[in-house]
Design a protein around this ligand. Structure first.
Ligand code: NAP
Length: 466
């Protein structure tokens, strides 16, 4: 591993997902000699691009080529398999760098928080997504797809759509992607024939992208069904759609109304989109999920005119073998870093970290990406977000408002502590091996799904290097 330039502006970035790479890119483009170290607790980089983006969306995953180019900058280093708060403390980073950027995202899922959400068969979409993507934290999970015919996915965002699509897709098609082997095996045994997508608001307020819902309708053997009464817009939504709504909402409504008019075509699998229904409780038998008791909602304008769900005294029971809560991600606090529990983010003022929500700016500490602004936006949104943070870092750098590092190199600290850090060259060898193994197996990439297996392969490749 190369030594950092002692004269350079030294920055640590905690995380190695999109916002971390865009932060590094903006620093390298700043016109100053910058040395940027990315830390990840996993032995591999790319965060949600590797473990969140669905395996059948390789076109989105291809953004890593941009990150590879950023990593080619001589000032770039990667420290994988290093947990901040265990292997290194924030205080250690403060002793080694001029500035620290937290870009560790939002790692957990929002719980449903309704009675019965602890029943067997009730799952977090975040964990399911990690499981089918081979995330080491989730590889050991199991999903009883073999005994399930109907799954309810709560939420109307792109994650809900990803989960629905993976449940309904043809496993032979998924086999060509980089889906985790354990997930493919379970999906091959799956008896799920119907996925119900539950939106607490109407079709006009669905958060999914039109392309995503349309993609499900294009899956062979899958019908997308919408109840005509739920596809019809209430006056509030109709007015909102005509005035304030983005074009994507108009396209979603058009598509959903067309599906409602078309009705079933007798295909063997179904995505049933239900609107204005939210889970009130989950019903079980002998500890196992049996049904979702859904409460009917109506829309009422809030102070700024946005249609919000308002419960009505009307309920419907939807039989279900599995429930996936896809109602958003949530940040997990990092030891030594302030946390805003209500929003699940690092408290910050436009990217400068605060000692508490609404508190004082902490010198030299910044946030970028989801842990700065919450779990919203597409991958590219993180580029503008990281650039905005780096602008402030540049201002503080110019003003000399920096940390005062007393140590030369964090790599020495890691070596002294016996931490088995994974460098960028290690990752490049693993990447090439994963692609070659994938090709041998007839798929895009082969991803071992445990941190131990990843590290073992990294060590073998390290030992075998010329
Ligand atoms: P999201 O877009 O914020 O959607 C969350 C959904 O959950 C919304 O429909 C929301 O409804 C609903 N919800 C929240 N609380 C609820 C509750 N208590 N009961 C019922 N429903 C509830 O979040 P996401 O799907 O997790 O996605 C996160 C971000 O990643 C998004 O920006 C998304 O676009 C992006 N992403 C993109 C892709 C892609 O481009 N292919 C794939 C995956 C994720 P309300 O609107 O009523 O609040």
């Amino acid at each position: 591993m190369q030594q950092p330039d002692p004269r350079a502006w030294r920055v640590a970035v905690v995380g190695s997902g999109p916002s971390a790479f865009y932060t590094a890119e903006a620093l390298f483009k700043s016109g100053q000699a910058a040395s940027v170290d990315l830390y990840d607790r996993l032995p591999v980089p790319f965060g949600l691009v590797c473990f969140g983006v669905a395996p059948d969306h390789q076109n989105i995953k291809a953004v890593t080529r941009v990150y590879d180019r950023i990593a080619g900058n001589p000032g770039f280093r990667f420290f994988g398999n290093v947990t901040i708060g265990r292997d290194l403390q924030v205080a250690d980073l403060q002793a080694c760098y001029h500035q620290i950027v937290f870009a560790f995202g939002c790692e957990s899922g929002q719980p449903l928080g309704v009675p019965g959400d602890d029943l067997r068969g009730v799952h977090s979409a975040t964990e399911f997504v990690g499981w089918y993507n081979g995330h080491p934290d989730h590889a050991q999970r199991s999903y009883d797809l073999q005994h399930a015919t109907r799954a309810v996915v709560v939420g109307n965002g792109n994650v809900a759509i990803d989960v629905a699509r993976i449940l309904l897709a043809d496993p032979d098609e998924l086999a060509k992607t980089d889906i985790a082997e354990h997930a493919l095996a379970a999906l091959r045994e799956s008896r799920v024939r119907e996925v119900v997508l539950l939106g607490r608001r109407g079709p006009a307020q669905a958060a999914f992208s039109p392309k995503e819902i349309e993609e499900i309708a294009a899956l062979p053997g899958v019908d997308v069904l919408v109840e005509p009464a739920e596809a019809a817009l209430d006056p509030l939504s109709a007015a909102w759609l005509a005035k304030d709504a983005p074009r994507s909402a108009q396209r979603n409504v058009k598509f959903l109304q067309e599906r409602a008019a078309a009705g079933p075509t007798g295909r063997s699998k179904r995505l049933r989109c239900r609107f204005l229904l939210a889970p009130a409780s989950l019903c079980g038998e002998a500890g196992r999920l049996r049904a979702v008791r859904a409460q009917r909602m109506e829309l009422a304008a809030d102070a700024d005119g946005t249609p919000r769900p308002k419960p009505r005294d009307q309920f419907e029971e939807l039989p279900a073998d599995l429930v996936f809560a896809a109602i958003g991600y949530r940040g997990v606090p990092l030891p030594g870093v302030p946390f805003e529990p209500k929003k699940g983010i690092v408290p910050n003022q436009d990217g400068r970290v605060l000692d508490r929500p609404g508190g004082a700016v902490l010198r030299g500490l910044y946030a970028a990406g989801w842990c700065k602004r919450g779990p919203t936006g597409l991958i590219g949104t993180n580029s503008a977000c990281a650039k905005a943070t780096v602008e402030l870092m540049k201002q503080d750098h110019a003003a000399g408002a920096l940390l005062a590092p007393v140590r030369a190199d964090a790599a020495e600290l890691l070596r002294a502590r016996g931490v088995d850090a994974v460098g960028w060259a290690d990752w490049q060898r693993l990447d090439a091996w994963q692609l070659a193994e994938g090709q041998r197996l007839g798929k895009v990439r082969h991803k071992p799904a445990s941190a131990d297996a990843l590290l073992r392969t990294i060590h073998e490749l390290r030992a075998a290097r010329p």
